[in-house]
Each structure stands twice: as C-alpha cells, then as structure tokens.
Design a protein around this ligand. Structure first.
Ligand SMILES: C[C@](O)(CO)[C@H](O)COP(=O)(O)OP(=O)(O)OC[C@H]1O[C@@H](n2ccc(N)nc2=O)[C@H](O)[C@@H]1O
Ligand SMILES: Nc1ncnc2c1ncn2[C@@H]1O[C@H](COP(=O)(O)OP(=O)(O)OP(=O)(O)O)[C@@H](O)[C@H]1O
Length: 275
C-alpha cells in the first residue's frame, strides 16, 4: 500500500501574458507547494480496473481527475490486468484555487506508476498530466517552481521558509468562467525571474473574481488589514505570507466568524517525491 499527502499549491503571483489561438492563456506564475493536502492511499487489487473506495461527494466518477488520470496512464503504459483501490481523505476545498483536483491526478499518476511498475519517466507522467489540466505538471514534478507557458514550463525554486494564512471564502469559482471573462487583463508584459522579487506582481485573475464574488472581496479586505494579501489561482481562496508561525496564527485567530482559515507552511519539495 502506498500512502501519501497530495499537497496544495498557492500561486504567489499570476500574470496573464497572452492568449493562444486555441483560447488557452499563457501565464507566468510561481507555484508554492504547501504542507497541507489530501491523504491518498493506493492498494493493489486482484481484479483489473481502478476503483475509488468511497464516492467523492459532488464529483461524478466520469469527471473525477483521479480516475481520469488512472485511465490515461493505463491507456498509455498499462496492461489490461492492472488493478488498484484508491482511498482519499479530502481536505482541500474544491474550486479553491489550491489545485486539489490537479494534485490528486498527479499523485495518482506517480503512485500507480510505482504500484504497477510501469517505468514511465517523470517527463512522460507530466505530459499525461498536462492533458488533464494546466496545474497537473507542477505536482508531478514535485517542486515549488517558477512557471511559464500554460504552467508546464517549470524551473524549480528554493523559496524562503514561510507560513501562510489561507482564507477559504464560501464560494466555488469556475476556472473556465474567469478565463473567458471579457474584462480579464490578458497582456501583462512578461517579467524575468530575476526581476520577480524586486518588482510589483499581482494576480491578474483577482479583479474579475473580486467583482463577481463578494465573499472573496470580503476575505481579501479582512486579510489585507494584516499583510499584503492575494488570491490564489482562479480563487476562491486568498492568502498572506508571514515569517513566523506565531504571527500567522495570531492573524488567523482574528478572522470573521463566517470565514474559515488555515495556517500552513510552504514547502519546496512535494511528499510525492518520496513515493
Ligand atoms: C489558474 C491556475 O490554477 C493557475 O495555476 C491554472 O492556470 C488553471 O489550471 P487548471 O485548474 O488545471 O485549469 P484547466 O482544467 O487546465 O482549465 C480549465 C479552463 O480554464 C481555461 N484556461 C486554463 C488555463 C489556462 N492557462 N488558460 C485557460 O484559458 C480554459 O478555458 C480551460 O478549459
Ligand atoms: N479528485 C478531485 N478533487 C477535487 N476536484 C475534482 C476532482 N476530480 C474532479 N474534480 C473537479 O474539479 C473541479 C476543480 O477542483 P479543484 O479542487 O482542482 O479546484 P481548484 O483548486 O480551483 O483548482 P485550480 O487551482 O487547478 O484551478 C471541482 O469543482 C470538481 O468538480
């Protein structure tokens, strides 16, 4: 049995630099992995086929990125006799911009590759991952990273130790809806990695989400009182970074009653690298 934490990410900034003819957007971002995620367990199964031990509320099996990842892996590398049972303790909110579904897909690709001894390389798994979603490759490679393209051109980064307050507004934002919004900024001038820490950065998706989701707006207003706060991915979660755990916890304690928060640590390497 393989048991591993399928981690969350936050986007420390996110610039949209263009739109491709196929409608997808090119971006620049920094993915910061977190020591917070879903626990996943992979066990061999005597019969062929991959099954989830428990249904996942709100996600149809045909849509579930875990099963879709397993099916793509089998299609490309597997034998018809491969079988597995997958169990997941879901902690990451859906539609939160934390990449939970993408992380689960990546963890599945890596764990089943090992469980079934398929011998696919990390690059091959990242390529399969990109077919499932733009956020999957970073979780397959398993390093906090500077990213370009759709998020699949990755340069690992060693980020300074930091604690984050992540606030989870009661809203589920559809990524596609935000990317298709006419008011979205799509022409941010590309920056260089060396200019990153000196320059002004932001999340280009944030203004569109803030305009339509008051829960996200309120969360940002609250957290901005304590530290520079930003939305992650296409929302709904927002975060702020702190040098000390104590400061982060003090800020989180002050959250409005209807706003859930977690205090989590940034990590440079994903637990999936230890599979
Ligand atoms: C916002 C981010 O989370 C930042 O890390 C990602 O760019 C989104 O990654 P994701 O959730 O894996 O998104 P996907 O499942 O690949 O895409 C969902 C939808 O968002 C739009 N989309 C997504 C990524 C991208 N670079 N350009 C887009 O226009 C497309 O309409 C796509 O159909
Ligand atoms: N295993 C899964 N876990 C979570 N969501 C899943 C899963 N499989 C499919 N989904 C679908 O994917 C959608 C997005 O979920 P996810 O948790 O990845 O959101 P997100 O954090 O906004 O992602 P991103 O940061 O990549 O935009 C969900 O609304 C759900 O319908």
């Amino acid at each position: 049995m393989i048991e591993v934490l399928s981690p969350a990410k936050i986007n420390l900034f996110l610039h949209i630099t263009g739109r491709r003819p196929d409608g997808y957007h090119t971006l620049q971002t920094v993915f910061q992995l977190l020591d917070w995620g879903d626990t996943m367990r992979f066990s061999p199964r005597a019969e062929p086929g991959v099954v989830l031990k428990h249904p996942m509320p709100g996600v149809a099996e045909s849509n579930n990125l875990i099963l879709r990842a397993a099916a793509l892996l089998l299609e490309s590398y597997g034998g018809s006799e491969s079988g597995a049972v997958i169990d997941i303790e879901k902690r990451l909110p859906m539609g939160g911009g934390l990449g939970g579904g993408s992380s689960n897909a990546a963890t599945t690709l890596i764990a089943l590759n090992t469980l079934w001894n398929l011998g696919a390389s990390v690059s091959e798994l990242a390529e399969i991952g990109l077919r499932l979603g733009a956020d999957v490759p970073v979780f397959v490679r398993g390093y906090s990273a500077w990213a370009e393209g759709l998020g699949e051109i990755l340069t690992p980064l060693t980020l300074p130790p930091r604690w984050f307050v992540v606030a989870i507004p009661k809203a589920e934002v559809q990524t596609a809806e935000i990317f298709r919004h006419p008011g979205l900024t799509r022409n941010t001038k590309p920056i260089t990695m060396s200019a990153l820490f000196a320059g002004q950065v932001r999340n280009d998706l944030e203004p569109v989400v803030v305009e339509h989701y008051s829960a996200v707006r309120n969360a940002l207003n609250w957290l901005s009182n304590s530290a520079p706060a930003m939305m992650t991915g296409s929302g709904a979660c927002v975060f702020a970074g702190f040098d000390s755990e104590d400061t982060a916890r003090t800020v989180a304690l002050d959250a409005p009653q209807d706003l859930r928060t977690v205090v989590v640590r940034g990590i440079n390497e994903s637990p999936v690298l230890r599979i």
